[in-house]
Design a protein around this ligand. Sequence first.
Ligand SMILES: [Zn+2]
Length: 263
Amino acid sequence: MYLLTVIIGICLILILFLLSDKKHLKGLKEVFAKKIPTPITPILTAEQVCIIKSEIKHVEDKLNKEYTITSEQHRKEVNDANSICPKCKSTKVNDRIKRIQGEINGLSSGSFSGGLFGGSGFSSGSIHGEMDTNEVNVCNECNHEWKKVKLSNNIGISYSLENRIQVLVWYCRSIIEYNNCTFDPLDAAEKFSSLEEKKAAAQKSIAMCYGKKQSEVFNGVFIETIQEIANQVYIGDYHRWEMGRFKTNCTPEILEQIGYKHL
Ligand SMILES: [Zn+2]
C-alpha cells in the first residue's frame, strides 16, 4: 500500500512537471541535444525586417566597393614593384626563375641555374621533395635583380561581413575594458599615476584602434541589423564560440554607448 502511494505520487509529480513546465522541458532538450547558441531574435514587424534587409545590403555594397578599390590598388602596387627597377627606375624589366631548389630523382640536389627548366612544368613526375622556385625580376638597364612580388590572396578576407563583425567584437571588448578600468596606487606594475590618466590613455587608444576603424562600415545601421548580421555569419554549432563572444561583448548597452541606435 505504501509503495503504491509512492508510485502514484511520483507519477502525479511527473505529469504536473510535464504539463506545467514546458520551458523547463525545452531547457532539458537543449542540454541533451547539442547546445546551439540561440540566435538573437527580437520581435520585429514586416517593415522593420525590410529596413534590416536593406541595411545589410547597404553594408555589403560598401564592403564590395572597398574591396574593389583595395584590390585594384594592390594589383597596381604589385605590378609596379615587378615592372619598375627599384635601383634605376627603368621599366625595361624581365622576370625569370633564378634558381630551382629541390631533389631530382632522389639523386641530385642543390641549386640549378635559371633557364634550365624554362618554367615548362615537370610532367614526368620524376621530381621528389620540396621545390622552391625563386622568381626574380631583372633590370635590362642596370642588371639589378630583385625578388618577384606576388599578389596576395588574403585581401578579400577583411572585406567580409564575418570579419567586420569580429572587429566590432574587439572594439566592444575594448570599450568594456575601458568601462571596467580600475586603478591601484599600491600596484607596482601600474604605469599610470591616476585613474583619470589611465582612462584618458585608454580612450585615446580606443579612438585609434583597428577595430573601431574597421567597424565603421556599420556606421548608421541599427543595433537590430548588427544582431541580424551576427545571426547570419555565426550560424549553427560551428560558430558557437564566436556567437557567445558576440553576445557578451556586443550587448545592446555597449552598442548604444558607441553610438548605435535601436530600430
Ligand atoms: Zn635598373
